[in-house]
Design a protein. Structure first.
Length: 196
């Protein structure tokens, strides 16, 4: 199952698998993000998910799409790792209702180095007078079922934090994964988690 949240350089185009829009209250904070200069060490992505669903440790990636004039579009993926510092979870500012868990992710050191190189290529292209763009999305590609899925809504909330925002900003709020057609089939196929 794939959940995506993302934003584009020089504009805000955030989505959770195409089924939700950014809350109006988040637009101003998100518009302050400068992908060309943001401190990648401070980047965090967070997802509040039902306890019955758990992201797989190797299934979380930051996807970068670059489009440089004369070279065409290039897609790269960089590893995201779970952050275990309780402060990161507390900083989301989100109430964690019973039956839900907050997961927070950061770029791995290798991911930061790779994305920095990609960013530099865009900056160099612009300095040479070429048009270049960079867009990023976070994909949680692999989920497992920690317990039988409950009946009713399965609500997911996504958030992001950068050096510009200074705090977590809601991207999508309480999207019902069960009612979205693109999630329904994936939920039917989700496998049990093999680790506690």
């Amino acid at each position: 199952m794939k959940l995506r949240l993302g934003w584009a350089a020089l504009g805000v185009a955030v989505l959770l698998s195409g089924c939700a829009t950014v809350p109006l209250s988040s637009i101003m904070a998100l518009s302050s993000i400068q992908l060309e200069t943001t401190d990648l060490a401070q980047f965090r992505a967070a997802m509040r998910l039902p306890d019955a669903l758990r992201p797989q440790s190797d299934g979380v990636r930051l996807r970068a799409v670059t489009d440089i004039e004369g070279t065409g579009e290039m897609v790269e993926e960089f590893a995201l790792v779970a952050v275990s510092d309780p402060a990161d979870g507390a900083e989301t500012g989100q109430r964690i209702d019973p039956g839900y868990t907050m997961y927070v992710f950061a770029l791995s050191p290798e991911g930061r180095a790779g994305l920095e190189a990609t960013r530099e290529a865009i900056v160099d292209a612009r300095a040479a007078g070429k048009h270049g763009s960079l867009s990023l999305s976070v994909a949680l590609d692999e989920f497992c079922a920690a317990s039988p899925l409950p009946s009713g809504g399965l609500y997911a909330t996504s958030l992001i934090k950068t050096s510009e925002t200074g705090h977590f900003v809601v991207l999508t709020n309480r999207v019902d994964m069960r009612s979205a057609p693109e999630f329904a089939g994936a939920l039917d196929r989700v496998k049990p988690c093999t680790t506690p």
